[in-house]
Design a protein around this ligand. Structure first.
Ligand code: SF4
Length: 202
């Protein structure tokens, strides 16, 4: 699978708002993850955000609360954003590659991501960000290139077919396991903030 974001494989163009999309996704059972999770975690944030953050999938806290990035990794993400002058609900919209929790927090399988990605593609189209941060290997590999390694790709801008600037970086959960990744993520988010300021004047 090779792609640089945006290859919708089923037509969601008739879904014209995030609210309508969320309603559709809430009833989704396109893959087997839905049977093992508590609820679908659609995503949240500013629906007009110029900056979108995309992670891997809901964990236990997210599954329980129905919100993305609310556990320890989410709290760290909030701190990283604050350190560069950004706030999640004001400046960003946050979503994941898959919207149902994989069992035991394993990475999503290709067949699960393939079923879920059309929802994310439409979410991206409706939000229309200028910048996307891909957090972790799953987001990079499912949205950009299945062979890509996050260690080699992080910190370098990519551009989607529709002109969105894309910054791959480590997932915040990786920083909790390995503190040496904090500095590179800090550098990546400084670049993101600079691009965000250029785009928005904020
Ligand atoms: S992970 Fe995505 S495709 Fe699978 S059931 Fe949940 S919403 Fe549907």
């Amino acid at each position: 699978m090779n792609r640089v974001i945006y290859e919708p494989d089923f037509d969601l163009s008739v879904v014209e708002s995030l609210e309508a999309l969320q309603e559709r996704v809430t009833g989704c059972a396109r893959c087997n993850l839905r049977a093992g999770c508590t609820r679908v975690v659609f995503g949240e944030g500013n629906p007009s955000a110029r900056l979108m953050l995309i992670g891997e999938g809901p964990g236990a806290d997210e599954d329980r609360l129905g919100r993305p990035f609310v556990g320890k990794a989410g709290q760290l993400l909030d701190k990283i954003l604050a350190a560069v002058g950004l706030e999640r609900f004001t400046h960003t919209y946050i979503a994941n590659v898959v919207k149902c929790r994989p069992p035991g927090n394993r990475a999503p399988r290709a067949e699960e991501a393939e079923q879920c990605l059309p929802w994310l593609y439409r979410q991206i189209e409706l939000i229309s960000p200028g910048i996307i941060v891909l957090m972790g290997s799953s987001a990079l590999q499912f949205l950009v290139d299945s062979r890509a390694k996050i260690t080699g790709m992080r910190g370098r801008w990519l551009v989607s077919r529709s002109g969105i600037k894309i910054m791959p970086t480590y997932h915040p959960a990786a920083l909790l396991r390995d503190a040496s990744k904090k500095r590179p993520v800090w550098e990546d988010f400084k670049q993101v903030k600079e691009a965000f300021s250029n785009l928005t004047g904020v």
